[in-house]
Design a protein around this ligand. Structure first.
Ligand SMILES: Cc1cc2nc3c(=O)[nH]c(=O)nc-3n(C[C@H](O)[C@H](O)[C@H](O)COP(=O)(O)OP(=O)(O)OC[C@H]3O[C@@H](n4cnc5c(N)ncnc54)[C@H](O)[C@@H]3O)c2cc1C
Length: 474
């Protein structure tokens, strides 16, 4: 984060035109080189001057963008990849987790819109998500809503003064530029914008350890009819049923990883696979992500052998593609005005300021490849943290408002929760719920000319209900 004062010292002055001006252009090295650092000051054009800036176009960012725009505010969204959808597209995550609690549809609003649009747009006929169709759906929904967005555009820095973000700097093929907005929404998954602005955060469990990631993949040559007739595993997470323990004992895998969430039928002989783990990967460290991608790609040779030799219906399976984005389950959680906790999850909490309710079990993958870890994961996911039909927990608005910033919101997997509830709310439907709330809250803050912490929450809830949100308690 650069404070306004630091920036002005580095840049010389701020031009009245709104352009960030520097006394001398270009990289400055002066004394910094002695410390093996460089100082860098440049003049950047303010390329977008909008009401709402959103960093990241995953499930949370797309929901926030459409919801904000539908309230009549202007929106610019920067997406680093070449498609919208984040983990659900670029990382090839093949299915949505539950959108309902078994009685109520919890994902009303943007989630419902995506589901309806996907039904019309899909070309593949299987039960799993048609990932290319999902990309087209997001493109179309944002275009139709009038959201301005560009791909290959990475947010990289903020300029903050007195708890207010003045503008952000992005880098794109055209160069670096500034975006000025009234409200900023961090939907980067990792909470990059909030952290660059100086927000407090937590990362991982009490020891700072992170859930493993997974490099998802697409396969062809699967005989789905044969697979469906093969003996089915019991329970939801039951790797023994997939003979993976046998394959591990036979030395097929270099890491004794029992993780097999599954191969999901795309249609024809195609399937998407959420298999294997990248242990200790840190999604906020590019070196760590690079190593995980390389190891994950290499492991596909082992999975090909496992599929072909151990799984009925997969004898002729061939791996077609791995995700262009590493599948990252957990990094930072930005500390907001309220931290949603395991206690709230257990109590099926109701909040006066709730912006939605959700019900997915706490799903914390084992941090190490041990049989005890997998057994604990299975027990937690299938029993300990599984709600009965019709049960859900509330998500308060205060989980989206990072402490100390007037015009900053978060949505998606970086919202303010503890390590446990993060294991539930992080999945895509949860991100739609928090994304649309952040988008509408940003518009409310602009309409009320107030800080995101001070908005009229009843008016937010009314606007959310009008948008289709499930809010039975208000
Ligand atoms: C292996 C794996 C399996 C999963 N399985 C499921 C499942 O079966 N069902 C389910 O519902 N959920 C699943 N999830 C969880 C879910 O996919 C993610 O938690 C969810 O996508 C998070 O949404 P998000 O919008 O917060 O972040 P992301 O999906 O991570 O999207 C963030 C977006 O921001 C962009 N971005 C990041 N930094 C910047 C920047 N500086 N500037 C511009 N853009 C930036 C990224 O490119 C990305 O597009 C899985 C996750 C993983 C990793």
């Amino acid at each position: 984060m650069l404070t306004r004062r630091q920036w002005m010292l580095a840049a010389g002055t701020l031009a009245a035109s709104g352009t960030l001006a520097s006394a001398s252009e270009g990289a400055e090295t002066e004394n910094a080189s002695a410390k093996n650092e460089v100082q860098f000051s440049r003049t950047f054009p303010v390329k977008y001057d909008v009401d709402v800036f959103i960093a990241g176009g995953g499930p949370a960012g797309t929901a926030a963008a459409v919801a904000a725009r539908k309230q009549g505010v202007s929106v610019f969204l920067a997406e680093a990849q070449s498609c919208l959808g984040g983990m659900g597209t670029a990382a090839l995550v093949p299915v949505f987790m539950q959108m309902s609690d078994g009685v109520n549809f919890l994902c009303g609003g943007f989630g419902q819109t995506v589901v309806d649009a996907l039904k019309k747009e899909r070309l593949l006929k299987g039960p799993a998500t048609d990932i290319e169709a999902l990309k087209r759906v997001y493109d179309a929904l944002l275009k139709e809503a009038g959201v301005d967005f560009t791909f290959c555009t990475t947010f990289c820095e903020t300029i903050v003064s007195d708890g207010r973000i003045d503008c952000v700097i992005c880098v794109a093929p055209s160069g670096m530029f500034a975006v000025r907005a009234k409200v900023y929404i961090d939907c980067t998954g990792n909470g990059d914008l909030a952290v660059r602005a100086g927000a407090k955060f937590e990362k991982g469990n009490a020891e700072g350890r992170l859930m493993p990631g997974t490099l998802c993949s697409v396969w062809s040559g699967i005989d789905w009819e044969k697979w469906k007739k093969a003996p089915r595993p019991q329970g939801v997470v039951q790797p023994q049923g997939f003979r993976i323990k046998q394959a591990i004992a036979d030395g097929v895998f270099s890491v004794p990883d029992e993780h097999f969430c599954g191969a999901f039928e795309f249609g024809g002989d195609l399937g998407g696979a959420n298999i294997g783990h990248a242990f200790n990967v840190d999604g906020t460290d590019e070196r760590s992500v690079t190593d995980a991608l390389i190891t994950g790609r290499r492991s596909m040779r082992e999975f090909t052998r496992y599929f072909n030799e151990y799984l009925e219906g997969f004898e002729n399976a061939q791996m077609i593609q791995t995700g262009s984005l590493m599948g990252i389950r957990e990094t930072r959680r930005i500390t907001g005005d309220y931290v949603l906790s395991l206690k709230d999850y257990r109590e099926r909490a109701v909040f006066e300021d709730e912006i939605g309710r959700y019900s997915y079990p706490i799903d914390i993958h084992p941090l190490d490849p041990t049989s005890e870890g997998y057994a604990q994961h299975r027990k937690e996911f299938d029993e300990t943290f599984r709600y009965k039909k019709g049960e859900s927990y509330g998500i308060p608005y205060r989980t989206l408002t990072p402490a100390g910033f007037e015009n900053l919101l978060t949505a998606g997997r970086c919202i303010s929760s503890d390590h446990y509830v993060h294991g539930s709310v992080r999945v895509m439907p949860g991100c739609y719920i928090t994304g649309q709330a952040a988008g509408i809250a940003a518009a409310r803050a602009i309409a009320e000319k107030t800080s995101v912490h001070e908005i009229n929450v009843k008016a937010l809830q009314t606007a959310l209900k009008d948008f289709g949100a499930f809010l039975p308690n208000c």
